[in-house]
Design a protein around this ligand. Sequence first.
Ligand code: AMP
Length: 279
Amino acid sequence: MTIFEKIVELRDFINNLKHQGKTIGFVPTMGALHEGHISLVEKSVLENDFTIVSIFVNPIQFNNAKDLEKYPRTLEKDYSLLKEAGTDAVFVPTVKEMYPEPLNRNYEFGQLANVMEGEFRPGHFNGVAIVVHRLFEIVTPNRAYFGEKDYQQLMIIKALVKNLHLPVEIIPCPISREKDGLARSSRNERLTKEMRKAAPFIYQQLSKAKDLAHSLNSQALEEKVAAEFRSHELLELEYFKVADGDTLQIIEGAIPANAYGFIAVYAGDVRLIDNIRLI
Ligand code: AMP
């Protein structure tokens, strides 16, 4: 496994692969890797000749300075997990290498970027689009792998590729969960013992919502979930929304096929997101 910090060196490596007609699978990450990330890497290894993983904590997608500062960093452990999973190359640029000058691109995603994460984290998806677009320009992958854990992000990336006709296939990957149902996340590392114990409540509520989705309309379902969190001592609900799985249009009234439940919760100062297909 080769580690690259410089774009020119990675480009040389990639040009060489392209001349040999090899396919490239790409997994962008922010590090602090866990089994969820590794499931993406393993899929890429199966489907491509070469797999490249990037580790870059992208400052411009954080709208909260404290969240950025406290984002877990476990580089040596990440390398060993990636090597074990069959990764061929890791790209670990500095902020200066990625953004020698401030990169101010403005992307238009309409409704997709206005609801849920877009509403509560202003600027977040533009920052995600900037970094992913730049990484695609550098890595020029045939396929790129994204987790459904960040479902709205996946939709944004699909829209980015479609709108700009980028020559890359986006491969969605299912959510990887702990045994108790908690969606794996780098931020879980920051949970106190007490909060870690409480956190599976999030997926329990999503699963309950799925059971109720046939018999309640979306407002009643959202209110039911909100009420459950109001009576929880530790976890604080930011939102639970029912939205269409393709357009992310918020659903009002009866819950149709392909509706998803999307949730964001504060466990202390750690913000966790999750989602479930309802129908
Ligand atoms: P991150 O390092 O959080 O930016 O995540 C990098 C990629 O891994 C994104 O495509 C995430 O959606 C994906 N990912 C993170 N956690 C999970 C999980 N629990 N299951 C599946 N994919 C995940």
